[in-house]
Ligand binder design. Sequence first.
Ligand code: NDP
Length: 494
Amino acid sequence: MITTSPAADMFDVISPVTGRVVGTHPRGSADDIDDAVRRAHEVAGWWGALGFDARARRLDAWRGIIARRAPELAELTHIEMGKPRADAMLEIAMALEHLAWSAKNAARVLGRRAVRSSLLTANQSASVEYLPLGVVGVIGPWNYPIFTPLGSLSFALAAGNTVVYKPSEYTPGVGVWLAQRLSEVVPEHPVLQVVTGDGSTGSALCRSAVNKIGFTGSTATGKKVMTACAETLTPVLMECGGKDALIVDADGDLEAAADAAVWGGLSNAGQTCLGVERVYVHEEVFDAFVDRVVTRARTIRAGSGGNAQIGPITMPTQIDVIRRHIDDAIGKGGRAVLGGLDAIEGNLVQPTILVDVPEDSVAVTEETFGPTLTVTRVRDMDDAVERANASRYGLGLSVFSRRRGDEIATRIRTGAVSVNSYVMYAAVPSLPLGGVGDSGFGRVHGADGLREFTFPRAMTRQRFPSILPLTTFRRTPRIDALVRVLVRLLHGRH
Ligand code: NDP
């Protein structure tokens, strides 16, 4: 179900691959948003009352259609935002794993379950269940236009909410496509509505009568979303930017680490929230590691053709950010051992590997979102951990070490860490995904991702009258004396 007003203001989507207009969509107004949210409230009761099993069947059917028509979705993603079709297919594969998990596990995670009472409340049976919030507003980015929004959409829907989704203005077609496929298996009511538009449409969604906003995007926009939501005390999930590091210990597998750094830093043209942007390498293996990274990265070409391993930069404005970061790194004493300012060719950026970049350069402190890596020599792993943790972001991190991987990982302050691989925590369906610091808060995926779109309802049922009636004005001095004794007995020893 797609919402449009009759005389809607329209906007074009220009493909970074072809430079041509590949779609024209309505710019949703505040009225369009309010209408969609009103309809979503009207049907929230129906969707919630279907129950976990019936919802799971619908979500599984949605998954089946997406899987069968995946090449079409991959093509649309490629043409709208520029990533290679094979990478889009990989994105679909990962997104469907999480969709399957959310449908299968919602009843177990959210359904009513008994919890233990205590000595003072031994006459009560206690239980908790997680109820849908009602209507969830989802605001998504363009860089992973399937995987990222589905992290909120699947989990919010599986938990029993209806959703109004505002996709990025760069990838509205992907958002509309996903909602159309769901409407084929939920024809009765619009449980997922898409309102296309730009930042003003997203802003209207934040000010509407939604019960929660699931936001994925930059930290700067996230702050605006929070400000708007504060007016109505609307809770928010913040999946924001990152500046992820990869650490290589002296005993790390250099081949595997170089492969991970090159894929983590360059794939999707570096436009990945969990992309590797900083690499810290033990001084004993620094030169050997840099050699391996450069050898691999040299074979990767950005292009718009079918064979390109990385596509163009999606947002034209990002080119200036990438240029400024490379320029600042070199200006402050860094060296480009591959690429550099010359690597920027129109909306293509060729792989750029920077070394000796000072830690106060914007190439190290700010999200670059381009196919660039800073590779920095460190004294030891204490030095690596300190530098990795110095970022204001805290999304993910990879560490390559044969003997000390787990120990290093536990000292890292990010929402996720992978030891001896890159980004695998985002592929394991039962793991939560999200950040700390400027990378945001709240979680998608896993049990935490389901609970994110619910509120817990606690319940007690009195099984028999208490021998210690406490919450009554009929309480006797004897009971008060007993309470004093109990307080000492239960807690005074500590
Ligand atoms: P933006 O912050 O520019 O936009 C995100 C979404 O917010 C878009 O739909 C955008 O609409 C919308 N928006 C813009 N202004 C407002 C506003 N005032 N109120 C409400 N919504 C608004 O991010 P990008 O789309 O450029 O995505 C890239 C960013 O997303 C990177 O920082 C990346 O790290 C982060 N990201 C984080 C992930 C995570 O899991 N933590 C995953 C993927 C990306 P429009 O596009 O139409 O302007």
